[in-house]
Design a protein around this ligand. Sequence first.
Ligand code: TYM
Length: 331
Amino acid sequence: MDKKVIYSAMQPSGVPSLGNYLGALKNWKNLQDEFNCIFAMANMHAITVRQDPSELKKNTRNLLALFLAIGIDPKEHIVYVQSDVRAHAEMSWILNCYTYMGELQRMTQFKDKSAKHEDNINAGLFTYPVLMAADILLYQADLVPVGEDQRQHLEITRDIAERFNNIYGDVFTIPEGYIPKVGARIMGLQNPERKMSKSESDNPNNVIYILDDLNNIANKIKRAVTDSDTEVRYGEDKPGISNLLNIYGAVTGKSIEEAEADFKGANYGEFKKCVADAVVEELRPIQERFKEISADKEYLNTVMAEGAERASKIADKTLAKARKKVGFAVR
Ligand code: TYM
């Protein structure tokens, strides 16, 4: 029997945060045995916010090296750069014509991002979820492993796909989200009321970047805000401690209850040290492999070229189907 298809992507807009890693990357790695996986570096999404071109190029290569360093196998699976596959832009245009302004206006990420980038509220930022729908639908994905913040974008993807299928018959597979129980929403260390985000640069102690110096990572965790209570317990009234329990659970593969049980009677200092050790030991081998892989320029070039070719083959097939349905010439 054919394996189900997994599709996911990440923007190459800087070094991924611990949130990106625990909400997405770590799970991608574990899905490889069971599924056919396709992972992209979403550089077309990244330019919805102004980017320095040489930095974007560098970040894209580094993100590829990081995908490989966490253990994504580019022979068994497909890893590619979004802009290398022209079908994305073309499919995105077609799907734009099957998406309503009202639907896009409801997207919370659009509202957040336009508040953050008031001077550059471009049309790409607005239609961003349509490009994401094109990504997913081009590969007929069954499952999309992402963090909690992408849930709304998956819902609109399903709505667009269902709308298109209702008009034209079964063109697209309707995808399901694959959102982990623990780690799907990692919060800032200094501001645990808001999600940890790689674009949050105002307080460096708020965000862990997975290529940060390991001592620095441990210190950021030890400095994380907690509360005046002493109990290591999960709860809405304890956002700082809950976030650290979530991080610990996601790293070790434990449930929140198991994580809480590990720290029964422990004080905050002991707890934070254990969380810091767990994160550091998780990231150490990844950082080491990243160093080796990112130095091998030839290898990265080959992976990118092969990925683009293999991804294009699949994407072009779906695009041809959609073109035919809407009345364009079949090429
Ligand atoms: P991006 O690049 O913002 O984030 C990449 C992945 O990291 C997850 N994530 C988090 N998980 C837990 N806690 C956090 N604090 C946290 N912050 C981010 C995100 O949910 C995501 O899974 N639009 C997407 C990229 C994309 C995509 C796609 C994803 C483009 N096309 C198709 C899936 C399918 C984005 O901007 O992710």
